[in-house]
Design a protein around this ligand. Structure first.
Ligand SMILES: [Zn+2]
Ligand SMILES: [Zn+2]
Length: 141
């Protein structure tokens, strides 16, 4: 598995240092669109030598190389994800989690709407996620 991350880095012309591999692995395993702060907090106990600056710089490098995707659409926080395919984002107003919705591909991918040919899209939805709904019993209708 680590080998795949190394390959991914090399494919994007990034030399695969241990820290870079670990940061990419973290993003792959935490598909919650973490902020740089959350990436740092998630890794610092396992990697004592890791600094916040390294995390910020590494994420920036990954974004610039097209390896990961940067989301700046919700409020003014920047979040990161290891998934560069088009998808819709749904943000829960209660728990603040951001979920991926892939159904958009069926509607938009390479389609023509009102005569306009679509190549890519960014759609951001807001609401209450299924687990928050269940918690509050609002889903019992
Ligand atoms: Zn929620
Ligand atoms: Zn996403």
């Amino acid at each position: 598995m680590l080998q795949n991350y190394k390959k991914g880095l090399i494919n994007h012309k990034i030399s695969p240092t241990t820290q870079r591999v670990k940061i990419l692995e973290f993003l792959d395993k935490n598909r919650t669109h973490p902020t740089a702060e959350q990436v740092y907090l998630g890794l610092k106990d396992k990697m004592i030598s890791l600094s916040k600056a390294t995390v910020y710089n590494t994420l920036k490098l990954f974004v610039e190389s097209g390896l990961i995707h940067e989301l700046t659409v919700f409020e003014n926080e920047t979040r990161y994800e290891y998934n560069t395919e088009n998808h819709i984002h749904f943000k829960c107003i209660k728990c603040g989690n951001i979920f991926d919705i892939h159904e958009g591909n069926k509607i938009f991918a390479e389609s023509v709407i009102n005569g306009h040919k679509i190549f890519d899209y960014q759609i951001n939805l807001r609401g209450i996620c299924n687990s928050c709904l269940n918690k509050n019993g609002e889903n019992n209708a």
